[in-house]
Design a protein around this ligand. Structure first.
Ligand SMILES: Nc1ncnc2c1ncn2[C@@H]1O[C@H](COP(=O)(O)OP(=O)(O)OP(=O)(O)O)[C@@H](O)[C@H]1O
Length: 358
């Protein structure tokens, strides 16, 4: 969908290229994250995709058509741009900000009003906020309005330049989650720029890692970058504990099912179709598959204290396992019914075995 071919940009007076012979393909519906240290050419690349800056060499193609063949109106209809630090127009209300591109495209007032109402609902904004000015909003609210403005004309492509840099870590995490939920519904083609590798790992289907001088070092899925960094620079950039980060990418439901030793309320063993994790403890479950208590081979009883849900990550599972007295963690569904068991061994297997994160 977006193809960069040998894209090169040298600013006058600078010895090094800001972006150097960059070639990259972003598929339709892909969430691609550009990451790298400050000044490595990420913003310059986004600006060239959006025609705010022109390459000295190479070209940008959208759906195989070079962008320079598109007029500004077509480009704004196709590409929503979320600028660094939200960058809302300070003298326009929230409604005025959101209406920017629809007005540019000459939409009728009624259509703009209807679209603003849709976006308010989509982004979880309050209608009362529409008449306020940007300085009357929190950082998180400004972020949402900025995204609503970028989505106003329903463009298939979203370019986002450090959209969460100005908000505190708690709000950032929430906005990241909201963006992922939104993407599941909207299926845009997204390029997001950040210098935060953890943000890149959480959001990206693919991550492009740049180094100074606008050189692309590795372009791959987060799991493959963590499992097989291209060189020492990438290794340093992803930082310590790549294994924990890999575990953070997988949900409990992705693990092949294992069972703990199971017995019914009359302590009769329950056979299952899945491999059983070795343990001196047996889990007593009722007829509705709800866990009742643990029973040791010596008849000792233990309450069920640590459980995990299917949507939790394997990193959360590992953290919980550290605290389980039985060294077994129970996976329960939303109704509290038993769905399988996890041990440190089965987690290790998920990283190294045939279904390893790759
Ligand atoms: N208008 C400009 N004129 C001259 N040099 C520029 C201009 N804009 C950017 N540069 C230089 O080009 C290089 C790449 O800048 P760019 O803003 O693309 O990097 P970045 O990776 O987005 O950085 P950051 O993460 O700090 O935003 C830097 O060395 C920067 O100083």
């Amino acid at each position: 969908m977006i193809r960069l071919e040998n894209l090169t940009r040298r600013y006058p007076g600078s010895q090094h290229a800001a972006v150097n012979r960059l070639s990259l393909n972003v598929r339709q519906g892909e969430f691609c994250v550009f990451v790298g240290p400050s000044g490595c050419g990420k913003t310059t690349t986004l600006r060239m995709i959006n025609q705010l800056d022109l390459p000295d060499e190479g070209r940008v193609l959208i759906n195989e058509v070079p962008v320079e063949q598109s007029d500004v109106i077509t480009l704004r209809r196709r590409i929503g741009f979320v600028m660094q630090h939200a960058a809302l127009f300070p003298h326009r209300t929230v409604a005025g900000n959101i209406a920017t591109v629809p007005r540019l495209l000459g939409w009728k007032r009624a259509r703009i009003k209807q679209r603003i109402e849709e976006l308010v609902a989509l982004m979880g904004l309050e209608t009362a906020m529409l008449d306020r000015y940007p300085h009357q909003l929190s950082g998180g609210q400004q972020g949402r309005v900025s995204l609503a403005r970028a989505l106003a004309a329903d463009p298939p492509i979203l370019l986002m330049d450090e959209p969460f840099a100005a908000v505190d870590p708690v709000v950032r995490q929430r906005l990241q989650g909201e963006l992922l939920d939104l993407q599941q519904r909207l299926h845009k083609t997204i390029i997001l720029v950040t210098h935060d590798i953890d943000e890149a790992i959480r959001l990206g289907d693919n991550i492009a890692i740049f180094r100074h001088g606008g050189e692309l070092v590795q372009y791959d899925s987060p799991a493959r970058i963590l499992a097989a960094p291209a060189d020492a620079f990438v290794e340093r950039f992803i930082g310590p504990d790549p294994t924990l980060k890999r575990l953070g990418l997988l949900q409990v439901t992705h693990l092949p099912r294992h069972d703990v030793p199971l017995v019914d309320e009359a302590l009769r063993p329950i056979e299952t179709a899945w491999p059983t994790l070795p343990s001196a403890w047996r889990l007593v479950i009722d007829q509705q598959q709800r866990p009742l208590y643990w029973l040791s081979v010596h008849g000792e009883r233990l309450a069920v204290s640590h459980t995990i849900g299917g949507r939790d990550t394997l990193r959360q599972a590992l953290a919980a396992l550290v605290h389980t007295p039985t060294d077994l963690l129970l996976h329960l569904d939303e109704q509290g019914r038993y769905q399988g068991g996890i041990s440190t061994g089965s987690l290790r297997h998920s990283l190294n075995g045939p279904q390893a994160v790759s």
